[in-house]
Design a protein around this ligand. Sequence first.
Ligand code: BGC
Length: 358
Amino acid sequence: MDIKKQPFGQTNDMTGVDLYKLINLNGTEARITNYGATLVALTVADRNGNPGDVILGYDSLEEYVNGSNYFGCIAGRYANRIAGGRFRLNDTAYILAQNDGENHLHGGVHGFDKAIWQARKIEKDEGLGLELTHLSQDGEEGYPGNLSVTVIYTLTDKDELRIDYSASSDRPTVVNLTNHAYFNLAGAGCGDILDHELMINADRFTPVDKSLIPTGELRSVRGTPFDFTRPTVIGARIDRDHDQLLIAQGYDHNWVLNKALGRLCPAARVMERNSGRILEVHTTQPGIQFYSGNFMGNRIAGKTGQLYHHRGGFCLETQHFPDSPNRPDFPSTVLDPGSRYEHTTMYKFTTELSVSAQ
Ligand code: BGC
């Protein structure tokens, strides 16, 4: 078990950025940079013990600075969309950066993905930890309050990558943090993810309007291509003539998790048959955005000379529902001074063989 630190490059204003490598007893390795608190790589064994990197990303800092796919980053202050880039809180109207048509997406033009975080190695009982902190200033991208954010990545010897998020503010504000990793369990760059088998622990999802803002309805998945309550191949229904799939050009929706708020509960499970790799996602959050990489270009130059294709990765972004600041009926994303935002998500890796051998 070890954490190694090496330089990752310099930003335009000559600030040095580092890359941290966390390696557990099984040889599973997570690479994280303090630029955007980004998960750059996650190397896990397949069923035959062969290591493979299952996260899409870039080799250089420069590509992260210029990139627009949010590969592996921590998205915030508000991950996902806020309609019209506006919300009201305690009778005050706030106007946010509009960086997705009229809407606000993933914290704006200079969201947490473009911030340089402070990093510190920590030792935890469960494994190796990297603590990243960031102070988001009052008024940044239009949000009220100085928000102090901490994200801790912990790699355990059970091949779990746990992410603990916490935040506090000196004024009432809204917060919604997530990790935006794109996974391909066959290995990053190994084709598309359409043959991965997905299960989402959700009976309902939040349908969207043409600009991907929830309509407010919590709709049953039963009898629709959104029913992943049983393991289903992602590509089986993705191109169906269904209004919600046509709007998002595939899956790009929030599912309402079947769970009690606050407890770390199973949210999703994905299996890739050739490698035998299985990813389980557990979270304390009420929702999960399943994004099937519909807006990815067809030849994105990724790590180690690999080209990433359309739908070459999927995201499972544990979160509060999109546009919650404008939806009093959705679980609240308001953070008041004196309270603490806390959220935990855990990605656990096994293989088909190791599961059946247990
Ligand atoms: C959103 C997509 C968006 C992608 C990259 C996802 O979280 O749901 O609509 O294209 O992030 O920005």
